[in-house]
Design a binder for this molecule. Sequence first.
Ligand code: NAD
Ligand code: UGA
Length: 473
Amino acid sequence: MEFKIKNICCIGAGYVGGPSMAVIAKNCPDLEVNVVDINRERINKWNSENFDELPIYEPGLKEIIKRCRGLNLHFSTEVKKNIANADLIFISVNTPTKTKGVGAGQASDLKYVDSSAREIAKYAKGKTIVVEKSTLPVRTAQTIKNILEQSNIDNRDTKGNQREFFVLSNPEFLAEGTAINDLENPDRILIGGEDQEAIQGLANIYENWISERKIITTNLWSSELSKLIANAFLAQRISSINSISALCESTGADISEVKLAIGSDKRIGNKFLNSGPGFGGSCFKKDISNLIYIANHYGLYEVSEYWQNVISINAWQTNRISKIVVEKLFNTISFKKISILGFAFKANTNDTRESPAIKICKDLLEENCKLAIYDPQVSPLQIEYDLQLKQSDNLSNNDQAEWTFADTVIDASINSDAILVITEWEEFKFINWEIVYKHMRKPAWIFDTRSIVDINKVKMSGINFWQIGKGKI
Ligand code: NAD
Ligand code: UGA
């Protein structure tokens, strides 16, 4: 049976649901795309008149929302109505790590997926394709199928019509900060499923703007597992290069030269080899933790230990940054002011989930220093939430941990003893260090955890300089 898809519903209007549905709506003007969420505040922001108030910052997103919202793209809290009208439903809800109970700290918390499936089971009509877009433990599709098929004895909708569900896995590979480009030009689209017509129905949507040869179809379990493994492999590369950054610092080697030398080998490739303060973001740690949990579940303890090390090296890399800062500043930073440049977990996003900046700032505050934090997209309210500490209007002169939000790099640098670059925002590459130096207390330091500061310019300004993976300055 061929599927005629006219109406799409996406449950979850977050970093994945919002941008991915916007790109579908833009490329498929004949489809009606409804994005629903239980978070009214988030939906209000998606519907805000001022496009600068959208709930997420992503280059290129605002323009698509301007073009499609109200035409064939709608954001609402009307879950029931939009499920009932949908031919195809994406589940794009959050799947955080469980914080308590069985598997706490490792297993994915599937409560939002479970409740989405139950909502679909209650309200869907006729034949419905249900697509896992969230990242899920392998074999979750079976649970979703069970909920859909067993929640209603004869599986009839409210009008008595026979219903049928087709569950597919279609994980999302977008990265934040480049989401729109990743969605417009993906490396591949992965669809796992059992029913060929349902798979083709979903593939037809993507084929509106993506070449057929980029669409990979697999069985459900390969698709679910591949998403976890893609993230695990990416994170593993970062832990590998970060472990070597420390070795460079100890031996006089230079991590950017090592990166060039090894990345020129086509088998290794030059992407994803930037050492930094440790990977952040809502997914790498969560997904590897989930992989570890699954491996343990199947008794594959060596496998789980292998992946555990990727997480351990990452935590070690983040932890060593604040230690280096304290050591260089004569082993004490109390009464000292440190400027933090960048709080988001990477450039071009306002997302701070698992940002290394959070741990580094907390570690520095433990030493009773003063922080001036500047980020072009993260709000002071978000930083207060992440640090669990209210910001001060003015930094005092006493021996007390405090932080304040700075509106510019220069504001942050005034009277500061050190500047710590944590996020690789483009504007930090073009800072005039001679001007900044004049505002700082001497001796002044720069700590560059992203290798984006131009060493020659810094040298000219006279500031003391430390850069990740740089054995010799
Ligand atoms: P998010 O927290 O930004 O958004 C999820 C949204 O789902 C929230 O707004 C929440 O209110 C909503 N929600 C939860 N339960 C609901 C329900 N029953 N009904 C309606 N709405 C509900 O999460 P995200 O970053 O968009 O991630 C979603 C999934 O996609 C996760 O599994 C994640 O691992 C995966 N993923 C994320 C990214 C990324 O870059 N953030 C990339 C690829 C995959
Ligand atoms: C990552 C993956 O890249 C996406 O393919 C995936 O869909 C997504 O996770 C997900 O499942 O959530 P994202 O976390 O948004 O995307 O961003 P990345 O570009 O992967 O960066 C993750 C972290 O690694 C950031 O803190 C970044 O600064 C760091 N990183 C990245 C490095 O330290 N070095 C690098 O070379 C690359």
